[in-house]
Design a protein around this ligand. Structure first.
Ligand code: FES
Length: 91
């Protein structure tokens, strides 16, 4: 799984670097270092909904410091569950 967090100017103003730090902490907490690649991205053309991020080639989503935990649980951990070899042998 690749998570790309926008660091364009609108997202930067809304703490995208702090969001990246939260992702780093969450990835470490859940021991996902070998499963999740975290990277910064140029503008994802979703500036009205900063901070923007994408998972793999999925749609652009919004995340804030306030919504971080629920978004991480719903969009990252749940998707990784779907990747599980028992549930989806193609992954
Ligand atoms: S600056 Fe982040 S979507 Fe445009």
């Amino acid at each position: 799984m690749v998570i790309a967090v926008c660091v364009g100017s609108s997202c930067h103003l809304k703490n995208s670097y702090e969001i990246i730090e939260r992702f780093k902490q969450a990835i470490e907490t859940h021991s996902l270092e070998n499963t999740v690649e975290l990277k910064a991205s140029f503008c994802l053309n979703n500036c009205m909904n900063a901070v923007s991020f994408k998972i793999d080639e999925g749609p652009c989503k919004q995340i804030t410091l306030e919504t971080f935990d629920s978004v991480f649980n719903d969009l990252v951990l749940r998707k990784l569950d779907d990747y599980g070899t028992d549930k989806n042998p193609r992954q």
